[in-house]
Design a protein around this ligand. Structure first.
Ligand SMILES: *Cc1c(COP(=O)(O)O)cnc(C)c1O
Length: 484
């Protein structure tokens, strides 16, 4: 019906203007990445700018130059994770080269739910690489996910369904008394998956940890046996390869043994820790991981792929298909045309339409290779060890957990300090607000810790020296007020 005068196309009226806006924005984006080390770590958005986000729904169009200006104005107000002195939580810094993949993905506008197209080949290649990297067999299934949270939901659904011989897909859980196990230090996404999967978060037993924050294996055996005696059905044990609080790595070999003895599904949460598999010198720390029934990990953390990109691997691809495919003929291959090339991603997970995150991962590995990514992991571990040693050598500081990996938890303990929890909490807030550095906090054995996570390819030892002197100065200044 559209005549040329009544064109509904969203293509630019003026391609030259879009081209200029795009090239200009790309230069600004590259400048932003190139100066990632300069300036403040975290810059809160000014109130006047925040107020601009209370505007109503736009009815009329705007020119691309103006839209590009709006986009560029946002760049300074990230959380700070691209800066080398961002030490909070577990954030990756990303890599500027990812912009090339983002541009290509935007041009293709691919939907990764299924069908036979070039983008699907890229995801297959990425999953093959994941199997190779993690020591999983060719027969394992996998899917690129938004992150470890989604990867965990997918893996635990397969574990749940297998335990109930897949009757759960149609009939629900009934009164099946399924229970699973993870350490007290496991990530909240495990309990959340139990909640979402209808198991209830109480069905996740939180196993006590040793002094080094790894799961206490004897305690695990005891609680499994007690649950069995009580008529419950243990079906799953989750090992954490790198806990979010301290970087502790559970004894995965022991967990493999227990899972085999008790017929449990072994899932490994390797959100950032699985990145050790890239490194010839660190891989040995994860012995047993390659024997897990499923593994969840992130590309967007220690592997430095831009957000959001994670992965789930399931040793038995057929089990994963039985848990997610709606097509009884999912195994039927062949066929021609666009509908060929199954099984599709939609047969391995809950989402139909999916973004092309695999492209960022693929291009990232092409650009850097595993070697360069492994060096980042190794450097961050060496930095954490160095920082831990500095803390131990300082009588005014106290290390609150062994440095197992890339995370250092400590507190400032000036002699005159009456309330270390309040003092250290205030130090972290002041560091963040000053823009000098951005560690976060956690609680360990009831004590508030300054938590320094190192998963950033830009961080150097001099950044840690800056952090240490800022901690010392702030502690002194605060204690001198007599209020801490
Ligand atoms: C970050 C993290 C998660 C959650 O991963 P997302 O990618 O943020 O969903 C799970 N487990 C551990 C150990 C983590 O560090």
């Amino acid at each position: 019906m559209n005549s040329d005068e009544n064109d509904t196309s969203l293509d630019p009226r003026d391609w030259a203007a879009l081209r200029r806006a795009a090239h200009g924005l790309l230069d600004q984006a590259l400048d932003h990445a190139q100066t990632a080390r300069a300036g403040r770590v975290w810059t809160p958005m000014p109130a006047a700018m925040k107020a601009g986000f209370c505007a109503g729904l736009p009815g009329a169009p705007s020119p691309p130059e103006w839209v590009a200006e709006q986009l560029a104005s946002l760049m300074p107000y990230g959380v700070g994770n691209t800066h080398p002195r961002f030490f909070g939580w577990v954030h990756g810094a990303g890599s500027p080269g990812n912009m090339l993949a983002e541009i290509t993905a935007a041009a293709m506008n691919a939907n990764l739910g299924g069908r036979d197209h070039g983008a699907a080949q890229v995801e297959r290649q990425v999953i093959d690489w994941c199997r190779e990297m993690m020591g999983f067999p060719e027969s394992s299934g996998g899917l690129v996910t938004t992150g470890t949270s989604m990867a965990t939901i997918i893996a635990l659904k397969v574990a749940r369904d297998r335990a109930l011989d897949w009757t759960s897909r149609a009939e629900g859980l009934g009164a099946a008394p399924l229970v699973g196990y993870a350490s007290e230090q496991s990530h909240a996404c495990i309990a959340r998956a139990f909640d979402l999967l209808g198991l209830g978060s109480d069905a996740l037993r939180r196993v006590p940890v040793n002094a080094d924050f790894t799961m206490n294996i004897a305690a695990l055996r005891d609680v499994i046996d007690a649950d069995r005696r009580a008529g419950l059905r243990p079906f799953l044990v989750v090992g954490t390869a790198g806990t979010v609080n301290t970087g502790a790595i559970d004894d995965l070999t022991a967990l493999v043994r227990i899972a085999r003895r008790d017929g449990l599904w072994l899932h490994v949460d390797g959100a950032f820790g699985a990145s050790l598999m890239l490194s010839d010198s660190l891989r040995g720390r994860l012995a047993g991981l390659e024997k897990a029934d499923s593994l969840a990990f992130d590309f967007h953390k220690w592997m430095q792929v831009n957000y959001a990109a994670g992965c789930v691997l399931v040793r038995d691809a057929q089990a994963q298909l039985r848990s997610f495919s709606d097509r009884p003929d999912y195994l039927a291959r062949g066929g021609r045309g666009l509908a060929a090339g199954g099984p599709w991603p939609v047969d391995f997970g809950p989402e139909l339409s999916r973004e092309f995150a695999a492209l960022r991962i693929w291009a990232h590995f092409l650009e850097h290779g595993t070697g360069r990514l492994a060096r980042v992991v190794e450097a961050n571990c060496a930095q954490a060890a160095w920082l831990g040693a500095q803390v131990e050598a300082d009588s005014q500081m106290q290390l609150l957990a062994p440095v197992a990996l890339n995370i250092v938890c400590f507190r400032m303990m000036p002699t005159e300090c009456a309330d270390p929890d309040r003092l250290n909490d205030e130090i972290v807030v002041q560091l963040q607000e000053s823009g000098v550095a951005a560690p976060s906090t956690t609680r360990l054995n009831g004590m508030l810790a300054i938590r320094v996570n190192l998963t950033n390819h830009r961080t150097r030892q001099s950044d840690l020296e800056t952090l240490l002197s800022a901690c010392r100065e702030t502690a002194q200044r605060l204690v001198a007020t007599g209020r801490y």
